[in-house]
Design a protein around this ligand. Structure first.
Ligand SMILES: [Mn+2]
Length: 265
């Protein structure tokens, strides 16, 4: 069984959540799992809906042949007490989700087995990205509302023990502590300099979105799919590494530029 612990960062998240990301890498190394961190651009015009990249990334990892993929948000710390993943897997369940403090599924920690049911679920989410989900499932932005909605009545979904994604009870013992918006956010600590860098980045990125938004969902989906595939393409990549997927963009741009120059001669 080959398992992968997977996460991604964009903007200043690699500064802000450096400790959390390191805890994910350490956990994977301790358990003998691969770890991959997709690194998106620091400066971008994608807006908050860039979290949809997560779904593209998980799908690409499963396509790559991992038997299971544990996706963990960058703002989630894996504790040293976290047990191995395998005992949570059942042969008739594919998608493992945890309930957040709101009582609904929180997509910050998700575990998938490589099955048709998992692929179907992920494709369904992507296909319905621009559809509005019912108010009771809506969380206001991103892919979480869609996860909540399409997990309902899905026989392949299994609820995981809440310790796998604790985003609401700061005093409780847990396996993964998720500093998402809500009661846990105030408990997160990072150094002053990383926080300043991350906050400045966030301000600049909001400005960039206002000046030249790159927020069209269909254009984003194409870009995200390319980035996600690129993240698992090169065989030379260390399986326990951060993959700067945006460099592929840069390379392509340079090639396109060269072609244009040649044609102009
Ligand atoms: Mn999160």
């Amino acid at each position: 069984m080959r398992g992968l612990v997977l996460s991604f960062v964009a903007g200043g998240y690699h500064w802000r959540y450096a400790r959390e990301l390191e805890s994910q890498r350490v956990y994977a190394a301790r358990m003998g799992y691969d770890f991959r961190l997709a690194v998106l651009p620091v400066l971008h015009r994608l807006g908050p809906e860039l979290v949809w990249f997560k779904i593209h990334l998980i799908r690409a990892a499963l396509q790559r042949g991992y038997d299971w993929v544990l996706f963990v948000d960058a703002d989630a710390r894996i504790q040293s007490e976290c047990p191995p993943v395998e005992p949570s897997l059942h042969k008739d369940k594919s998608i493992y989700l945890t309930r957040g403090y709101s009582g609904r599924f929180n997509s910050g920690v998700m575990l998938f087995r490589r099955t048709n049911a998992s692929f179907e679920f992920l494709i369904t989410l992507l296909r319905h990205r621009t559809d509005v989900v019912p108010a009771e499932d809506d969380v206001g932005w991103g892919e979480n509302g869609h996860v909540i909605h399409f997990a309902k009545a899905n026989p392949s979904v299994q609820a995981l023990d809440e310790r796998w994604n604790n985003n609401g009870r700061p005093l409780a013992a847990d396996y993964i502590r998720h500093f998402s918006a809500g009661p846990m956010r105030a408990c997160h600590k990072a150094g002053v300099i990383p926080m300043v860098k991350a906050q400045l980045t966030a301000i600049i990125n909001r400005l960039l979105v206002r000046l030249a938004p790159q927020t069209d969902p269909f254009a984003q989906a194409l870009l995200f799919e390319r980035w996600a595939q690129a993240c698992f393409q090169s065989p030379s990549q260390n399986a326990n590494d951060r993959v700067p997927v945006y460099q592929i963009e840069k390379k392509e741009r340079l090639i396109a530029q060269k072609h244009a120059e040649i044609l102009a001669r």
